[in-house]
Design a protein around this ligand. Structure first.
Ligand SMILES: *Cc1c(COP(=O)(O)O)cnc(C)c1O
Length: 387
C-alpha cells in the first residue's frame, strides 16, 4: 500500500468545511483581500478567546511572529537565546536573523520539554531570552522558567506553536506572564489558516512595535490609510520593517476555525484518550499527560519504543507505512542538523535525553478529521507490529 491509495491514513489532514469555504469566498468577493477588517476581527476574537486582556498581532507565520517578538524585546547582534534542541528550526533561526545566537539545551526525559536545570546552566552575560516550546501541546514547567528569568533579568518568549489551547497552572498559554507567546496556524496545527500565526502579549509597547515592524516599519497600516480621514497617500517609515502581515482571506478562514476550536479540542482529547488506553501494554513509552491544573493540546501524539521492543524505530515506521499509515518524527534534534551542529560544534553526548528520545520516537496520526475507524486501524497495526 502507498500514499496514493484511498485508504492511506496520512499523518495529518486539515479539517476545513463549507463554513470556511464560504467565509473565504465572501472575503474574495468583498474587494479587500489583504490585511483589513477580517484580520482585525480575527485578532480581537483570538485575544477574547485567550482572555486575560492580551493583545493579539496577526502575522503570516509563527516564524514571522517569533522574529517580530525577539526584535521587539531588543534581541540583537551578539545576544543569546536559550531553546530546547528538540524543536523545529524556526524556534531559533529567528535569533540568527537578528545576529544573535542560540544556546541549545537538553530536554526532560518524561515530558520532552526543555529542562529548567539545563536552562540555568546555559545562561551567560549575553543571554537575552528563554524560548520554551510547549512540545506536542504539553506546557513546559513555566513556574521554574519564570523564576529563572526573573532571577537573571531575562525575558521569556514562548514558542506556542503546539499549544492552542494548552492550560498551565489553570491559565491558558498565551495569558502567562511572558513577554510574548507565538501561535502557528500552519496546515497541520490544531487550527489552520493555511499559513499564518498570532503573537500575543500583555505589553502595549511590544504590540505596537510588532504592528509597525510586521508591515515595512510603516506607522500606519494599509487598511487604516485607505479608510481613515488623513490623506491615504501619506505614511511614515520609522524603521526597516518586514512584510509579515496576514491576508484577510487567511484571517476569514482562521475566524471560522477559531469558532470550531472547542469542538476540535474535544475531538483531539477523545482520540488521545483512546490511544493512551489502547496502546497500554505494548513496548512503548506513552506521551506524558498534563499535570493537575493543566491540559494537553494534543497537537502531536509522540510514542517512543521502550527497551523491550524487537523492532527499530525506522523498521516500525516502514511497517506502518506498509500498512497504509503515515507517521512523522518530531524532531531530528537541532544538535543533529548540519547548520546548528556545525555552527556550535555540537555533539550528541551533550544532549543525552533528547538524543535517546530521538532514536526511538515517532508521531502517529492524530487529527480532528480522523475517524474512529481510521484510529482503530492505527491501533491494530501497532499491536500487530509490536504485540
Ligand atoms: C510549526 C512550528 C513553527 C513554525 O510555524 P510556522 O507558522 O510554520 O512558521 C515554529 N515552532 C514550532 C515548534 C512549530 O511546530
Amino acid at each position: 500500500m502507498n500514499a496514493a491509495d484511498e485508504s492511506f491514513i496520512p499523518f495529518a489532514r486539515p479539517d476545513i468545511g463549507e463554513a470556511e469555504i464560504e467565509a473565504v469566498s465572501r472575503t474574495l468577493r468583498s474587494g479587500w483581500v489583504t490585511t483589513g477588517p477580517e484580520t482585525r476581527a480575527f485578532e480581537r476574537e483570538f485575544a477574547d478567546y485567550l482572555g486575560g486582556g492580551v493583545q493579539a498581532v496577526a502575522v503570516n507565520s509563527a516564524t514571522a511572529g517569533l522574529h517580530l517578538a525577539l526584535e521587539a524585546i531588543g534581541v540583537g547582534p551578539g545576544d543569546e537565546v536559550i531553546a530546547p534542541t528538540l524543536t523545529f528550526t524556526a524556534t531559533v533561526e529567528v535569533a540568527r536573523y537578528l545576529g544573535a545566537d542560540a544556546r541549545l539545551v537538553d530536554v526532560d526525559p518524561v515530558t520532552l520539554n526543555i529542562d529548567p536545570a539545563r536552562i540555568e546552566a546555559a545562561i551567560t552575560p549575553r543571554t537575552k531570552a528563554i524560548l520554551p516550546v510547549h512540545y506536542g501541546g504539553l506546557a513546559c514547567d513555566m513556574d521554574a522558567i519564570f523564576a529563572i528569568a526573573r532571577r537573571h533579568g531575562i525575558q521569556v518568549v514562548e514558542d506556542a506553536a503546539h499549544a492552542l489551547p494548552t492550560r498551565c497552572g489553570g491559565a491558558l498559554v498565551g495569558t502567562l506572564p511572558s513577554a510574548a507567546a507565538v501561535f502557528s496556524f500552519y496546515a497541520n496545527k490544531t487550527m489552520t489558516t493555511g499559513e499564518g500565526g498570532m503573537v500575543v502579549t500583555h505589553d502595549e509597547a511590544l504590540a505596537a512595535r510588532m504592528k509597525v515592524m510586521r508591515l515595512h516599519g510603516i506607522s500606519r497600516d494599509a487598511f487604516d490609510r485607505f479608510t481613515s480621514k488623513t490623506p491615504a497617500w501619506y505614511y511614515e517609515v520609522v524603521a526597516p520593517g518586514f512584510k509579515y502581515n496576514l491576508t484577510d482571506t487567511a484571517a476569514a478562514l482562521g475566524r471560522v476555525q477559531l469558532q470550531r476550536l472547542p469542538a476540535f479540542v474535544r475531538r483531539r482529547e477523545h482520540l488521545a484518550a483512546r490511544y493512551l488506553d489502547a496502546l497500554k501494554g505494548l513496548p512503548l513509552v506513552l506521551p506524558a499527560d498534563a499535570p493537575a491544573g493543566g491540559t494537553h493540546a494534543w497537537h502531536l501524539f509522540v510514542l517512543r519504543l521502550s527497551d523491550g521492543a524487537t523492532v527499530t524505530r525506522d523498521e516500525l515506521i516502514q511497517a506502518l507505512s506498509d500498512a497504509g499509515i503515515g507517521t512523522s518524527v518530531h524532531y531530528v534534534p537541532l544538535h543533529r542538523q548540519p547548520y546548528w551542529q556545525g555552527r556550535y560544534g555540537l555533539r550528541p553526548e551533550q544532549f543525552p535525553q533528547a538524543d535517546k528520545a530521538y532514536q526511538r520516537m515517532f508521531s502517529i496520526p492524530l487529527f480532528t478529521a480522523m475517524s474512529d475507524d481510521e484510529q482503530g486501524r492505527v491501533i491494530a497495526a501497532l499491536r500487530a507490529i509490536l504485540g
